[in-house]
Design a protein around this ligand. Sequence first.
Ligand code: SF4
Length: 435
Amino acid sequence: MRTDKQRDREVSDLNIDKQIERKRTEAATDRQQPVEKLLDWYDRNRRDLPWRRTKDPYSIWISEVMLQQTRVDQVIPYYERFLQAFPDVTSLATADLDSVLRIWEGLGYYSRARNLHRAAGIIADKYQGRFPKNFHDILALPGIGPYTAAAVASIAFNLPHSVVDGNVTRVVCRLYAIEGDIRTRKVQKEVEKQAAGLLDTRRPGDFNQAMMELGATICTPAAPVCTRCPLSDHCRALKQGEALRYPFKSPAAKRPHFRIAVAVIRDDRDRILIARRQEKAMLGGLWEFPGGKQEPGETLRQTVVRELREELGLEVGLDMNMSADVVKDVGVELGSDVVMDAGMELGADVSAGGSGGVVSDVIVESEPFETIHHAYSHFTIELNAFWAVLQAGEPKTRNGEPLRWVTAGQLAEFAFPKANRKITQTIVKQMNRTA
Ligand code: SF4
């Protein structure tokens, strides 16, 4: 027989359960409403992009990798060219890296292309060319982090993983008025938690794309169009009237600046020497002109001279007769200035070379014929290119990286970093002029 006290306790427990259930339902509704509005908005407003017309995981993977750090309008032509050249995993896996880098040239962050190539090889070997369908198998592939794995898993396979990129971070920080510096792991984790809590598990791929689309087209960094935003009724930043306050990002450290000097060396057959960068280095696998960073106290020309000696085993010396011939032959304006300049700058180097006289494997012009300014994500450069002419000797790289002698016309066949590519264009123009 239950006592009155027991009965009261049971009624009270029942009421608490009902309250919890009601709160859960309210929370689910609170979450559901903005999600439904967002998906409805996406269905009506999404941009027609080439990778949205397919569910093929390979194509979606290529697009997601290209879209990292790169604008949509810049990616589209690269995406189309890439898929034309390598339409599936097998064609990418069996291609040589040079041809992959050549198609990638100009898109930057070249490790992305190298990792795509490596990952395609793994998919071909380990998964018989079929893209893995499991989030953790996708994440284990080279160059694929949580963002790309979640994007491919959700868009191609409808798996419930939320994507957090810069656009999603901005939307979530504003939606929930998340304070704190987004450079910190603590704030990033909070954003990930909120994005995962919002995720629509029935349409995870569309939800992720809708969030990214909203950040790219409506909730933009400097001018969010809140009047057209499907989330405006739920946005805390908007309620505070302070959309632009979120997200907070502490100022980045100033990027270092480097001055670089390279030599465009020609041989007696008018061919130009190019060197391939080590695969593991930044811009690895791309081709460039030999040279390097200016050291304190050096002129740019002295940098070239030192780099040619250290990197290729070539000495820059002084040979009056040959330099005169060179002036005539290559049509570049070396003139007596160079001879004087070389003598003044390099006198000590020449005698230190141990020849007991003039050492002259290569002659280098006194001034750069081209100066290019270029910004990378973490530093900026000023790239100075000097004409040079090989007189004797055989250039060899210290670490065995490949060297090639190519004609000006062949330069277009090799993948160069952007700043070096500009130099190749000037080379072609100047050589056509003097031909
Ligand atoms: S209401 Fe404004 S600030 Fe808030 S998510 Fe929408 S566009 Fe961004």
